[in-house]
Ligand binder design. Sequence first.
Ligand code: HEM
Length: 215
Amino acid sequence: MIVGFWIAVTGLALVLFLAVHLGGVLLALVDPPTFERYAASLHQQGWLPWLEVALLAAALAHPLLSLHRAHVNRQARGPAAGPLRSRRQGPWEPVAALAGRAIPWSGSLLLLFLCLHLAQLRWPRPAAGAELVAVLEVLASPWCLALYGAAGVAAGLHLIHGTESAVRRLGLLEPANAAALRLGGRGLALLLGAGFTLVPIALVLRPAVPLPAGG
Ligand code: HEM
């Protein structure tokens, strides 16, 4: 189905962005001066506004198409049908089942987080050399820190289900490669989920390092 195809494509594009974004924010943790130089040079790239428009389109299309598909599926199954249940066995299957049931909640939390996150750090964009200071100002609020941590958990849960669902929608999941693709998808979900949950906490706890004048 064409809607499922676009849900998968927009979802995978957002996962790619998240992987690059986590690499960027990890730099803030391990090497603040390089992080500032990376951010400043990124902002000077002529292609960045186009990438941002594409990202925004994906971030809007993904939930809207998912809502549309959920509505169509509910009508097709009728009110008497219960939620779909997996028959697979294994230590991770209860977590995967929970992630599948929680997909509307994790997605909604991520959307809410994203609105706040962009209002805090993108519009307006911090001045060159002041990116980390702006991030630390945001994370100084315990509510914001809790929301960033919750968004990391939500991203991990969303991707446990989302990565598998996307490769299936794209017709890439075959019996021969299903175990490897499932493991890869769950590994990526764990990496991104744990990364976005722990990096904000680590940024707040790390000892203050004086930044060189001028970034
Ligand atoms: C460790 C947690 C995070 C930190 C410290 C962080 C930091 C930042 C910073 C500093 C910016 C501004 C970049 C700029 O100056 O252009 C930014 C932008 C952005 N962040 Fe995050 N972020 C985090 C988690 C997330 C998560 C979980 C998501 C997705 C759900 C996300 C999505 C975005 C998006 C879409 C942008 C705008 C990118 C652009 O327009 O160039 N971030 N983030």
